[in-house]
Design a binder for this molecule. Structure first.
Ligand code: FE
Length: 217
């Protein structure tokens, strides 16, 4: 058992270094800081909900590792990150069952895919990632993302429709298509309770933003 624990410890340290290097210069809000917050969110949710902490740590660590491929080639970063995670984890000789669970959680994590996961760890990863897209941090990331893609702050001629992760919209439209709906997509009670105040804060922010734009405030 100790041997296995050492294997996990060594793999986690080395993979952390790899992910941090790989995400250097990432401008779309899926950077190393995001990864660190998702790890923290996952473990925070797991304190109340249970779930295998080792699976959660590795799944959170690797969930966006191939985000760059999505920007470059338009492929789905969840599928690519899952493939990449398997290759990386196999190299460290970790148990196959463990790797399968990490890979599954990563593959289904994306909000836009609307997949309801079959495992607790995959549910927790989805929730942890989604929590990072709402509240003050969600607002900050939405504007950073828009900046990286050259999208405007708002565009009132733009249609608010079904969220499509491959379409870049103005920030205000993005709030209506995705961010204000995130709290209703969460699986665990722990995440739902964290989401409440984050959601309220976003609603307040948007109300104020609209008032300032229209000249009422
Ligand atoms: Fe993410």
């Amino acid at each position: 058992m100790d041997n296995l624990n050492n294997k996990f410890k060594e793999a986690y340290e080395k993979i952390s270094y790899h992910v941090k290097e790989k995400l250097k210069g990432e401008k779309s809000g899926h950077d190393w800081l995001h990864v660190q917050r998702v790890i923290k969110n996952s473990l925070r949710i797991a304190e109340k909900e249970g779930g295998d902490r080792e699976i959660l740590r590795f799944a959170s660590l690797l969930h966006d590792v191939e985000i760059g491929l999505e920007h470059e080639k338009g492929v789905d970063h969840a599928t690519e990150s899952a493939e990449s995670a398997r290759k990386i984890l196999v190299r460290y000789g970790l148990p196959k069952k463990f790797i399968d669970k990490v890979v599954y959680a990563i593959r289904v994590h994306r909000y836009g895919k609307k997949i309801v996961p079959k495992t607790l760890e995959a549910k927790i990863l989805q929730d942890a990632d989604r929590l990072d897209s709402i509240g003050a941090i969600g607002i900050a990331r939405a504007f950073a993302y828009a900046g990286s893609r050259g999208a405007p702050l708002y565009d009132f001629n733009e249609e608010v429709s079904e969220y499509d992760p491959f379409k870049v919209k103005s920030v205000v439209t993005h709030f209506h298509e995705k961010l204000l709906k995130v709290k209703d997509s969460l699986h665990t009670d722990a995440a739902k309770s964290i989401a409440e105040e984050r959601h309220r804060f976003m609603v307040k922010f948007i109300e104020r933003l609209m008032k300032e734009i229209s000249g009422e405030a």
